[in-house]
Write a protein that binds this ligand. Sequence first.
Ligand SMILES: [Zn+2]
Ligand SMILES: [Zn+2]
Length: 736
Amino acid sequence: MNNMPRSYQVFSFALPLPIYHSFDYKVDQDIDAQPGQRFVLPFANGKKLGLLVSAVDNSRYDLNRLKNIETQLDSAPLLSKHLMQLARWLADYYCQPLGEVTFLFMPRYCRKLRSMKTTRVQIWSALECEQATLDSLQQKAPRQFQLMLALKQNPDGLNAAALKAVQANWHAQIKVLQKKGLVIAQHKENLPPIPEVMQTGPVLTRQQQKICETIAPTLHDFHVHLIQGVTGSGKTEVYVQLMQQVLAQGRQVIYLVPEIGLTPQLIKRIQQRLTYTVVSSHSAQTDFKRYQSWDQFRRGVAQVLIGTRSALFSDASGLGLMIIDEEHDASYRQQDGVRYHARDVAIKRAQMLGIPVIMGSATPSLESLQNLNKPHYHFHELRQRPNQSAPPKIELLDIANTPLTGGCSPRLLQAIDKHLSLQGQVLLFLNRRGYAPVVMCHDCGWQASCYQCDARMTLHQSVNKLICHHCGYSMQLPQQCPDCGEPNIKHYGIGTQQLEQFLQQRFSEYKTIRIDRDSVQGAEGIEHRLEPVQRGEPCILVGTQMLAKGHDYPHITLVGILDADQALFSSFYRAAERLVQTVLQVSGRAGRAGKTGQALLQTRFVNHPLMQNLCVQSYTDLARDMLQERKLLGFPPFARVVTLLVDALQLDDALQRLQLLVKPIQASSVFASVKMVGPIPALMTRRVGRYRAQLSVMSDQIRPIRILLQELMPFIIKQKNTQKSRLVIEVDPLDL
Ligand SMILES: [Zn+2]
Ligand SMILES: [Zn+2]
């Protein structure tokens, strides 16, 4: 063995653990170790994957005591300097452990203890040869001849699957052909094809033209453009125009869409307009597929990446533009694991790179509207739709004293009849999946509620089960009341399944299509179900929030919103904003492509000011009023909030743990500039069997919040998370 003293460097590694510090290991001097590379590390009694974060001064250590890394997995950094910097910013701003954050930045495929596979595919092609060689093959080795023939017919080469289709035992034969110098194996990019004929876009309207002209000169610097455009006003067309300009300069584009707004339809639509390679990334894909898109975009062989939230973390060789469609959508906020807001992180990334962001929505978030006061923010409005038909005015249907059938009032049913008979399509929005939301005993009043959440269980009749929508717990629908034993169990209220069933009977000559989480699996599932809608045949579309996103339904003439009243009395401070956004998003689906639309909203509270305003005001007016109200209440976006949330096996434990942080908060140098609320039990106190309590700190300025967090972090880090109780920090939470 080598007796020479070895020299080592010491590095800090991020591990995917919910703790706030990194881990130091020594690395042999001969190894070219760089930040952003992955290593296999000895950890406890096993091995863990770690990402090298930074060099550490090794004089601090007795090197004999420090553990050595096991293996280096990447020869080049998996995460670039820029992404490492963004990860640090995210970890710092959102107070999330750096280890978990850096792992969030890697595709899931790379979070395993393995070296990365090439995302290119192997292709075999035939080389030039004499006819005599082929003739002799045909006689002496007919199987090889068969493969040669297939390869000759495909000058671009064939992959493993194609060769296997020619001959089951292809691999051994190909090897021989390679040895004979007749076949060559190469790696080729496995990219989605660019269509041979591009589609020409519609002629831009004056407004679209003007927005493009205003944004174009700003494409080389950090600017945030917010385009407010009613549904169907052609925001996508503006994105495409500006993307083309950025792509023509040899730069790349990341295009973010909400969780369920990403459809094959959208990818196809964008690809048909661009002579550049478009790849996509979303949760319905396999880990390898997502890694492949990520890798192709990183190496610059793909120029456009369309994806949901986490596509934001994709590395690029020359990122030039970020688009955030439907920027108001709540799915941009990550609600578990590492908590962050994709829109806000994307804007930070653009600022670091000095590139523009273009955001669009028919109903921009109040945050973004308020941000327009900041430098670098610009507002653009698309008022008219290219086909001239205005979005429908919302009409209220008073259902306070009206008997409903299947959740629908007689006037709504009449309207459905009328629109279907005129060959129109109908969209009914009901944000409650399942069959019935309430199951009760008629004799004693027993209610079916989840044993591990403070929530009622929803009846799903198709499987005869009660399901908790918060934790997924399910049980058979009892035949008799568990409390009094009487067989008098009844259900109340209506969910999308019951509505669908009712409509199928009532309008049996038309198709009823239900779109919700139970009926649709993945983006392809939606696409398939929506085929009749795309074909334009008269039909009824029933669904939840899922319907309000991303899809284009050009033949819908009537939109009915069945039950929006809950939002009027919600304690969620964003309830009004959500209600307004949902109603306008959904009703905006009516009357497109030249057809006049109608939007009906059923309510028991026709005189409620919000309901009244929804009928007469534009989103701009509604948003202005809501902002005014938030300002009076001192709520975001006029306040910055941090919530400390603890869940524990006992409510007392959760409250006590937060109580321990009250003193440090009160002792903070900035305590006078913040408002502390709590510790209090969270709105839904029991969830998935755990009790939740929260403590919020708010201020009208960001600075005191940042200082307070800095002072508080040592106390938070000292409290270790255990199975018994866990603390998470929510910076800029959506809820209070
Ligand atoms: Zn009972
Ligand atoms: Zn539950």
